[in-house]
Design a protein around this ligand. Structure first.
Ligand SMILES: Cc1cc2nc3c(=O)[nH]c(=O)nc-3n(C[C@H](O)[C@H](O)[C@H](O)COP(=O)(O)OP(=O)(O)OC[C@H]3O[C@@H](n4cnc5c(N)ncnc54)[C@H](O)[C@@H]3O)c2cc1C
Length: 414
């Protein structure tokens, strides 16, 4: 049996950042994943480091949207009818937490994490030599109708007042100048100027992993489900044999429940699945910013590999068969908006956003096991909050003063 100071289970962006921050603080850390690093959810996201994302994505409360979702024909959301019974308790809680006043209260707590997302990524990217993967030109919500544009601009103005967020407003002409290859069918854009964006989300995670290894950290393949507690230590089985450590961090994203349930924690977790596909931009067409086609509900992001189309939320069981219907619906609409040439991937990619009903991640000590730590449930913002979570967990594990008050994110709230 080998021994180390800390084990981090799960090498998505969250686990990699936790491991790097622990190793930086002098804890000999072994990062364990059953696959390579960032090959699951952290592989295929839209690459937005959402400094503006102080309001986590809520469940819609207006009747029109609910009705549209009920017919299951929208692009931004899709559900498996067969999963509804099982996920109904989660959806009910999610709906309650999304009520206006509660959502606003959650945003005030959540903003304390979000406000550090750009600076914490910048710090890690600088030491990892990966600043070249980060763009500093923000991202845009584009609008087809004046009504939606005005609603969203009003909302942005409120957020600016409450949280100091910065944005620019573009009319149709200014948008054409900023993005000359978008079809001239839009009424304008809301340009969030503070967020940064990543041209290769997996590449960024791998750069952080390399930095972790250069500091002496080790990445080993193993099965988190083999986690055992023996006295004051934990052990896990890996391809290099069993490894024992005093501290264990569970950073398994959508698979966190596989381990937490065995340890006796019943947590209200669910997933929102999402898909992507890459396209070559036709001819000399260029997309300068990631854009969200607001009324249609999909993203187009310029990535190192091509233009990445990402879809909204699919409510389904994590391991249910893939049903990329949203991608099928979005593709022809995206082709009318921007000149996309052929698909570059043989199959649509799918990931599962790990969600909690109050839309905030679970970060902190496990209440019934000493030296067991939770870092999962980052939903739409795992890329955004990976480094913030990594630092916060490492500070708690090493007994240093946390740079953000961790109390709102404790698992005890459920
Ligand atoms: C379409 C889409 C677009 C998105 N866009 C954005 C965006 O623009 N910005 C943003 O901030 N977020 C975005 N997200 C969300 C973001 O990708 C996730 O929140 C984030 O990747 C979660 O990271 P994680 O490390 O918690 O989980 P994961 O990346 O899924 O990592 C979990 C790891 O655990 C491992 N694992 C599972 N079971 C075991 C086991 N038994 N043993 C060992 N290892 C195991 C897996 O192999 C995996 O590597 C998007 C998500 C999707 C689906």
């Amino acid at each position: 049996m080998k021994t180390t100071d800390a084990l981090v289970l799960g090498a998505g962006i969250v686990g990699v950042c936790v491991a790097l921050h622990l190793q930086k603080r002098g804890r000999a850390t072994v990062l364990v994943d059953r696959r390579g690093a960032a090959e699951e959810t952290s592989f295929g996201n839209a690459g937005l480091i959402q400094r503006e994302g102080v309001y986590p994505y809520g469940f819609p409360h207006d009747f029109g949207a609910l009705l549209r979702y009920g017919f299951n024909r929208t692009i931004d959301a899709h559900y498996h009818p067969s999963a509804l019974l099982e996920i109904a308790p989660f959806l009910w809680k999610y709906w309650q937490h999304s009520r206006r006043r509660r959502h606003a209260r959650i945003a005030r707590l959540y903003a304390k994490l979000i406000e550090h997302c750009v600076t914490e990524h910048d710090a890690l990217a600088a030491e990892a030599g990966a600043t070249g993967l980060i763009r500093r030109s923000g991202w845009m919500r584009v609008f087809r109708t004046a009504r939606e544009r005005d609603l969203r601009l009003e909302e942005a103005a409120r957020w600016r007042q409450e949280f100091g967020l910065q944005f620019a407003t573009l009319d149709a002409g200014q948008l054409q100048e900023a993005e000359p290859h978008l079809a001239p069918i839009l009424t304008g854009a809301l340009h969030w100027t503070e967020p940064t964006t990543v041209t290769d989300p997996q590449g960024l995670a791998l750069a952080y992993l390399k930095r972790f290894e250069s500091l002496g950290g080790r990445f080993v393949q193993g099965n988190a489900a083999s986690l055992l507690q023996a006295g004051k230590a934990f052990s896990v089985k890996t391809v290099q044999g069993s490894i024992e450590a005093k501290d264990v961090v569970i950073a398994l994203g959508p698979w966190a429940d596989v381990v937490t349930r065995r340890l006796g924690y019943r947590l209200p977790l669910a997933v929102k699945r999402g898909y992507h596909m890459h396209y070559r931009a036709a001819g000399q067409a260029v997309l300068n910013h990631p854009i969200l086609d607001t009324e249609r509900g999909y993203c187009l992001a310029p990535m190192a590999r091509g233009i990445r189309l990402t879809t909204g939320a699919e409510f389904a069981l994590r391991d249910a068969i893939r049903t990329p219907v949203q991608l099928g619906r979005a593709e022809p609409i995206a082709r009318n908006l921007f000149p996309l040439a052929e698909r570059l991937d043989t199959e649509p990619w799918m990931g599962a956003r790990p969600c909690t009903p109050d839309m905030m991640p679970i970060i902190g000590a496990a209440p019934r096991h000493a030296n067991l730590w939770f870092a999962f449930g980052h939903a739409h913002h795992g890329l955004t909050l990976g480094p913030v979570t990594g630092r916060l967990v490492a500070e708690m594990v090493t007994g240093n003063a946390p740079f953000v008050d961790p109390a709102p994110y404790r698992v005890e709230r459920f």
